[in-house]
Write a protein that binds this ligand. Structure first.
Ligand SMILES: Nc1ncnc2c1ncn2[C@@H]1O[C@H](COP(=O)(O)OP(=O)(O)OP(=O)(O)O)[C@@H](O)[C@H]1O
Ligand SMILES: [Mg+2]
Length: 480
């Protein structure tokens, strides 16, 4: 460490594995695996850039231009890591100042380390126009999709050639983002380390570039600061959780109680989660779940014969109908969508949307005519309809990534008192996308508001006339 950085009062000595993480020179590094390995401490120390690039060179926090950010998924999640940063950062630099409002540490040089959160993918845009040299993701598998992670890569740049750019993450192997993280770092089930180059081709010039990625596995035994007692606690977990949290294995966990996990897995295996571009000349239908103080989710589909192309997905909280009309209009303008049907949930008729007006009428005033999906008398029948309908769907891997993750994670609620699943689905971030998908499954072949109660015999065997999205009498194309 350079001379003018005050020596630490409490010496933080990296474990051998932490030292490997701190000195890694690859562009993207994931430090992950078993619980308690020292990952969070490792990330905090790493964000200070104490490991100089060359002998005699300053640490990153001694450079005015240095800007780092460390993310957690939600604001409350940040508390623990911020508390720990007070201990670690102050040990290294007692003159560092913390701004509680902005969640930013400023070091005497002017270097800054910020804490941020991105709860929903859309919130990544909060960082538009920002520039960082270090982006850290704490518990990265908690993000269901890679969209925030990839977007923030576009925010990583430097004008000071002595500050290299890095993306660093930590995680346990479980969580809704297990799959994309495992794929991105090519982690085998055994959880052993990986290191590889990724080729990037500039389509305009044909020039080739390389970026490096590395996975450093963490084990509880890496952390000499934890006693054997913690290991004993991990040994009390059920077998599959022991594999993840004690042994740091990366076997894809069964999403417990998931209704459609196997069907999404089947779609993935058979190549139906792929590039599904918007087809010009075919109307786009939209299928909604509407939340008042909650989330609204919208699926966008194009039907071609028996095949349903699920081309897009949008979800957002606490917004009124005019906002969602804008969302549709933007896609129309930028992506060329021309709309066919809009189908909403049963409560579109009864509940109110901000202004106190009947939502369906309010929608009509804005030029959005909704068919209504009846209230399920038997939610199980709707869930079955969703399962059957999945086999007809092709999902665009990028634009519907969050929605597919919601479908995969839609699950039964666990009753911890009775140690069994309840009959009801869990109401969480995944249930809105799933509810909107059930509107699609139930109403796809049925127009108008006529009551419809799905039975196991409901699924049409082949294409039916209403599956053809264009040139149907009575289908009103609405343009924005
Ligand atoms: N090098 C170190 N020096 C002193 N204490 C350490 C060091 N590394 C980790 N610890 C302490 O060990 C405990 C576990 O470390 P940490 O929280 O970083 O592990 P983790 O891998 O992030 O755990 P989890 O999987 O639960 O998120 C913490 O109390 C932390 O402060
Ligand atoms: Mg941790």
């Amino acid at each position: 460490m350079p001379n003018d950085v005050t020596p630490p009062q409490t010496v933080w000595e990296p474990s051998a594995k932490q030292a490997e993480f701190l000195s890694a020179s690859e562009y993207e590094v994931l430090y992950g695996g078993a619980a308690g390995g020292g990952k969070t401490d490792g990330l905090l120390v790493d964000s200070m850039g104490l490991q100089p690039c060359a002998i005699g060179e300053k640490a990153h926090i001694e450079k005015r231009a240095y800007q780092a950010i460390v993310f957690r998924k939600t604001f409350p999640d940040l508390k623990d890591i911020i508390d720990r940063s007070h201990e670690i950062f102050r040990d290294v630099e007692p003159k560092a100042k913390y701004d509680k409002q902005a969640h930013v540490w400023t070091f005497p040089s002017g270097a800054r380390i910020e804490f941020g959160y991105i709860q929903r993918d859309i919130e990544r845009l909060r960082y538009r126009g920002r520039a960082f040299q270090y982006v850290g993701w704490e518990e990265v598998t908690l993000w269901p999709t890679s969209l925030p992670y990839i977007y923030l890569i576009s925010r990583i740049r430097t004008t000071d050639k002595t500050i290299p750019c890095y993306v660093r993450s930590t995680t346990n192997p479980d969580g809704p983002g297990h799959r994309w993280v495992k794929d991105r770092f090519q982690i085998p089930n055994s959880g052993i380390g990986t290191c590889f180059r990724v080729e990037i081709i500039d389509q305009e010039t044909g020039q080739k570039f390389w970026r490096t990625r590395r996975f450093i596995p963490a084990r509880v035994s890496d952390n000499p600061h934890l006693g054997t007692d913690y290991r004993t606690s991990l040994l009390m977990l059920p077998g599959d959780e022991q594999d993840l949290l004690l042994r740091g294995r990366w076997d894809t966990p069964q999403i417990k109680g998931s209704y459609w996990n196997a069907d999404i897995e089947e779609a993935r295996k058979s190549g139906r989660i792929t590039a599904v571009p918007h087809e010009k000349g075919v109307l786009v239908d939209t299928w909604w779940d509407i939340g008042v103080d909650d989330e609204t989710a919208i699926w966008f589909t194009q039907t071609i014969g028996h095949k349903v192309n699920v081309i897009d997905y949008h979800h957002e909280s606490d917004k009124g109908l005019p906002h969602f009309q804008q969302v549709l209009a933007e896609r129309s303008e930028k992506l060329g969508y021309r709309y066919g049907r809009h189908v909403g949930p049963h409560d579109i008729e009864s509940r109110e949307w901000g202004t106190g007006a009947n939502r369906k009428k309010q929608a009509e005033a804005l030029g959005l005519y909704f068919d209504v999906c009846p209230r399920p008398t038997d939610k199980g029948a709707y869930i079955d309809a969703g399962r059957r309908f999945l086999s007809r769907c092709w999902f665009d891997a990028d634009r519907t990534a969050e929605g597919v993750s919601a479908l995969e994670n839609y699950r039964k609620e666990w009753d911890s008192d009775l140690q069994t699943y309840k009959r009801t689905p869990l109401h969480d971030w995944a249930s809105h996308g799933a509810d909107a998908f059930m509107v699609l499954a139930v109403k796809h072949g049925h127009r108008g508001d006529a009551p419809f109660f799905p039975t196991s015999a409901q699924q049409p065997a082949g294409p039916d006339s209403s599956d053809v999205a264009i040139a149907l009498p009575g289908r009103r194309a609405r343009r924005f």
